[in-house]
Design a protein around this ligand. Sequence first.
Ligand SMILES: Nc1ncnc2c1ncn2[C@@H]1O[C@H](COP(=O)(O)OP(=O)(O)O)[C@@H](O)[C@H]1O
Ligand SMILES: [Mg+2]
Length: 374
Amino acid sequence: MSSLAARPPVVVLLGGPSAEHDVSIVSGTAILDALRADGFDVRAVLIDLEAGWWWLPPDHERAGRPQAAYDEPAALGGEGPYTIGQALDRLAAARPAPVVFIALHGPFGEDGTVQALLDAAGVAYTGSGVTGSAIGMDKAMQKRIWRGLGLPVVDWREVSAARWGRDRGAVLAELEAFAAGVGDARLMVKPDRLGSSVGMTLAHGPDERGPALDLAFRYDTLAVVETYLAGARDLEVSVIGTEPPLELYGPGEIVAGHEFYDYAAKYTPGLSETATRAEIPDGLRGTMRKLARDAYRSIGAAGFARVDFLLHGDRPYLSEINTIPGFTPISLFPTMPAEGGLDFTAVCRRVVELALERHAGRVAARLRPSDLPR
Ligand SMILES: Nc1ncnc2c1ncn2[C@@H]1O[C@H](COP(=O)(O)OP(=O)(O)O)[C@@H](O)[C@H]1O
Ligand SMILES: [Mg+2]
């Protein structure tokens, strides 16, 4: 891309101490290969499940290795493990200064934690900052914001693990009343801050609610319980940019091969089908893009994100935003922009470019003693 006149070195962060470790290996190595083929100097840094950081050899490429090969970074010739502090020092000292492409999914990588660490070290990185990332990981927080703005969300209740531990009976009674009000006994029970459908249950009736909450609380201290939208379609919009006008692509559609789009449906090849262009009326397409834009801006997202919808009949509901969506060559996020002429490599390049812009525009004033309000 012309505006990336001098290409910065890129460090792709992949792996990470989350349940989506393996998905991140697929996303991260795809980004690594694409940017390198495009002429970038790219280095892969693998974060293991214990949060140790490993610099893989400068010429490392996936070369068809299974995800499990990344369980043994030393066997890949990795240098490490570095502690977080050592890794940040190394990134901050590198010249020319690199852009960190965060290809991590889920807690730690997508929730503002890594973003805060890189901010503190003064290192440029892709995507949303701390606030956008933290809210983007938090389904309840998104719903509170979107409902407050009058954007359409699926009705929900929140249950804390502490309350569940104290008063199961009251929680179950409240959920009964919630389901009865809707007239459908089925409820979706989810851990608040996770992804890849991990820890989620479609509880078909009262008996299944307790076990569903117990499961959700293995992953988080807050559970979101939603009305089940029977027969809803899974539609997704790609958003790229930081300042308006944002680039909006899609919606594309996922047709889950299971009762809902669970972990197996997401990652078993052939089980679910995707279309980069959903078959919906043009008016609805425009409406959904506007909703995606509003949802993205409302949480303070930057760089890129995927906004997910549930389409129930002809009514679109905002489901969630993913600030680091699946980024594999067959994922919807990086393939929908093809309708605007951006292929996978161009999307990666654009994301790096937006990271540089945001980094250059940050307020990083160093104070002197005379600046203090004494
Ligand atoms: N309230 C709901 N009604 C119907 N289907 C749902 C509902 N909530 C989630 N789903 C299905 O479950 C999938 C995963 O839910 P989601 O909230 O996106 O979790 P994750 O963050 O793990 O991706 C969705 O893509 C959708 O297919
Ligand atoms: Mg989802």
